[in-house]
Design a protein around this ligand. Structure first.
Ligand SMILES: [Zn+2]
Length: 354
């Protein structure tokens, strides 16, 4: 038998009285001032878990409470009565399986929310804070890999290249103080019309694209690509995917996966497409820049329709391309038309002014 000192609170009175509890193999006896207040079986009350040296509570269903800081004495009694007291705890958990299932569901929801919103939001934040040098670093080797796997040298004549370069330079000029060093590259890509941007600010246009688009359409697409760079979508995508892979491989105890991932960044850049949200953001960026440069956003609608009609695999293409974007081609064209209407409305207001 062990006697433990502490304080007793009746459920209905807030006053506490010094009390002691005697624990035996079968039960307990609680007394204060040599008066027995209550007695019964060990599983009549529950015991709070030990957290450092904070006071422990024995709690009765009627709200009565015995509090003690004699943790060591209580633990030694609990250990020797494991059967009685623990049996009670396990019994309660079993009867509360609904709580257990609920907890698992809650953990699932939290994990889902972290992957769905937490990581993308963090990736967006980190990407926008990283210096341009970091964007250049992740792009290292990407163009080389592309040249090795999907590109071949351009066959565009000097004059055409010079024209496109002019357009490109004037589109870059529409950006107010950019930190990026923009460069334009011409390549062939199995006859496919395409344009893409590396996070470093290297923009690649294919011969077929230059042949397909007129000057204004080409400028619309170049601005869309500049939008991806300015808003750091490439880096965001890299961080987002890295975070997910790092978390997953770490959870699986596979740290080697992290190294593979870092080495695979350039390849990754080429293989994955931007999120729907980023694709729309780059479109909106292009509409704004076009309007401020006096170019009707309608040219974006015409070029995206041309591009949509040109590629048989356009919607399912999994390269990091202009065509693979998730918002449907027609949906994007419609938004360009709306931007064009807004553009023309402000222009005609300007026109009728005396
Ligand atoms: Zn895009």
């Amino acid at each position: 038998m062990t006697s433990i000192n502490g304080f007793f609170f009746e459920g209905n009175v807030s006053a506490r009285v010094p009390a002691s509890i005697e624990l035996t193999l079968d039960g307990y006896r609680l007394s204060a001032n040599n008066h027995q207040l209550r007695s019964g079986r060990l599983d009549d009350f529950t015991v709070s878990d030990r957290i450092g040296n904070t006071a422990r509570r024995l709690q009765w269903p009627d709200g009565a409470l015995f509090e003690t800081i004699d943790n060591d004495a209580l633990d030694s009694v609990l250990r020797s009565h494991t059967k009685g007291v623990r049996g009670g705890i396990v019994h309660r958990l079993e009867s509360n399986w609904g709580v257990a299932v609920g907890s698992i569901a809650l953990v699932g929801i939290i994990v889902f929310a972290i992957f769905k919103w937490g990581i993308p939001a963090a990736a967006h934040n980190i990407a926008s804070r990283l210096p341009v040098s970091a964007h250049e670093l992740v792009s290292t080797g990407a163009l080389k890999s592309l040249d090795q796997f999907i590109f071949s040298p351009t066959a565009l004549d000097e004059d055409t290249q010079a024209e496109v370069k002019n357009s490109f330079a004037s589109m870059v000029e529409t950006l107010d103080d950019t930190e990026f060093n923009y460069r334009l590259h011409f390549r062939k890509m199995h006859g496919m019309p395409n344009a893409m941007a590396l996070p470093s600010g290297e923009i690649i246009v294919t011969d077929a694209f230059v042949e397909l688009a007129d000057k204004k359409e080409l400028e619309a697409v170049l601005l869309h690509e500049l939008g991806h760079v300015e808003e750091r979508h490439g880096m965001e995508q890299v961080i987002n995917a890295s975070a997910v892979s790092v978390i997953v491989s770490t959870a699986l105890g596979n740290l080697g996966g992290v190294n593979e991932l870092v080495a695979g960044v350039p390849v990754f850049l080429l293989q994955s497409s931007y999120s729907r949200k980023n694709e729309s953001a780059a479109d909106e960026f292009a509409f704004r820049q076009m309007a401020s440069a006096g170019i009707d956003p309608i040219h974006f609608a015409t070029v995206i329709r041309k591009l949509g009609a040109s590629g048989p695999e356009s919607e399912d293409d999994d390269t990091n391309s202009y065509l693979s974007s998730h918002p449907g081609t027609e949906q994007r064209a419609q938004r360009a038309i709306e931007a064009s209407e807004r553009f023309n409305a402000t222009r005609s207001v300007g026109d009728i002014k005396p």
